[in-house]
Design a protein around this ligand. Structure first.
Ligand SMILES: Cc1cc2nc3c(=O)[nH]c(=O)nc-3n(C[C@H](O)[C@H](O)[C@H](O)COP(=O)(O)OP(=O)(O)OC[C@H]3O[C@@H](n4cnc5c(N)ncnc54)[C@H](O)[C@@H]3O)c2cc1C
Length: 336
């Protein structure tokens, strides 16, 4: 049975048990949210001992070399000496610059971190509510001259953090955010390459950043962006995306509505079905998929079957937090 040593104290870890489950069982607090390896809020660092490869999937190469791993994905093969859980993913204060509704159920929040952050368009940050629960939000902003970060938050019925953000956060309040993370971002290609971006709901937030980043970099090749929603109202970036479509010869915006009442300027059906049908052969394409986990997982599989290389498919499934974390009640905001 492996032993986990944290700050000099040994804890047993049962066979097949994850580091996150073992430490939680012993009362050691490890920040966490989705428990599926998506949000990376349970990042920890091994100072000594073997880290299973699976526990480092999706992490930056430098992090892998330095022994970082995801506690929720780590079933250790041997004893591990670990740095204290909070040391691996530092949080800092950010001030809410402003917040406004983008649609009935989507709130735009602009944050100014105390220390400007280096990030790539499309990455996400973990946001911690004052009493502890952590959720991930993708960045819709572009890194550059302004230090502000923009996130789009969908209000989920009964959702602990999204409702707190939409109902309670106001300009001047402060929140805690972690370092930008994730591998869903644009890198310039050496040769012209077509790009397909598919997002549902607030999955459009990171794609909006990625598409603008690619255009700014002078991307050679077509860029097709499909945004899907059940209603036209849910296509909350319709106008800026139509403007981008008009302004750039290689940028193509495809608004898709899957419910009834499909307006003339939208396509009827689900964004992923339509996009995959429009381009049968995806060999050589680069794909970005963000939003509903079922859509992201199914589309990744289908895109691979249609010829895309797995290494060319970048995806962020908006996984929910594990159930035991979802029931926390919302406190008041910290006023600034
Ligand atoms: C990488 C990443 C990026 C993300 N980016 C964004 C983004 O840009 N914008 C955005 O709006 N969201 C994003 N999310 C989702 C976000 O992190 C939160 O999960 C979301 O805001 C809901 O949090 P909540 O606390 O409001 O809801 P929760 O309190 O966590 O729960 C929401 C609802 O789902 C139910 N529920 C909870 N857990 C489960 C479960 N396991 N299975 C089924 N139902 C459950 C609850 O009862 C509740 O009704 C992202 C997630 C990830 C992992």
């Amino acid at each position: 049975m492996p032993t986990l040593t944290v700050a000099g104290t040994p804890y047993d870890c049962a066979e097949q048990e994850t580091v996150l489950d073992a430490l939680s069982r012993h009362g050691v607090a490890v920040p966490n949210s989705c428990r599926k390896g998506a949000c990376q809020s349970c990042l920890m660092r091994a100072m000594d001992g073997p880290v299973p490869t699976k526990a480092q999937a999706g992490l930056k190469e430098t992090f892998v070399h330095e022994g970082y791993f995801l506690a929720c994905q780590c079933q250790p093969d041997g004893d591990l000496t670990l740095a204290s859980p909070d040391a691996a993913s530092p949080f800092q204060q950010a001030t809410v610059v402003f917040t406004e509704p983008l649609a009935d159920t989507v709130q735009r929040v602009v944050l100014r971190p105390e220390t400007p952050l280096r990030y790539r368009a499309g990455q996400f940050v973990n946001l911690r509510r004052p009493d502890g629960p952590i959720r991930s939000y993708s960045l819709a902003s572009l890194p550059g001259s302004v230090p502000e970060l923009e996130i789009h938050v969908k209000r989920l019925p009964g959702g602990a953090v999204s409702n707190w953000i939409c109902d309670t956060l106001r300009s001047g309040d402060t929140v805690e955010i972690g370092l930008p993370t994730g591998t869903c971002f644009y890198l310039p290609a050496r040769e012209p390459q077509n790009i397909l971006l598919i997002g549902t709901g607030t999955g459009i937030a990171p794609l909006f950043g990625i598409a603008r980043d690619a255009l700014l970099a002078g991307h050679q090749g077509d860029i097709h962006l499909y945004h899907g929603s059940r209603t036209r109202e849910g296509l909350y970036l319709h106008h800026p995306l139509r403007d981008m479509h008009a302004a750039h010869g290689n940028f193509h915006y495809h608004p898709c509505v899957s419910g009834r009442d499909v307006p003339d300027d939208c396509i009827a059906g689900r964004a992923n079905d339509i996009a995959l049908e429009d381009f049968g052969d995806l060999s050589g394409w680069r794909l970005f998929l963000c939003g509903l986990p079922d859509m992201v997982h199914a589309t990744r599989k289908q895109a691979y079957l249609q010829g895309a290389r797995l290494a060319d498919i970048h995806a962020d499934a908006f996984e929910l937090a594990a159930r035991d974390d979802a029931s926390v009640k919302a406190p008041a905001a910290v006023s600034g």
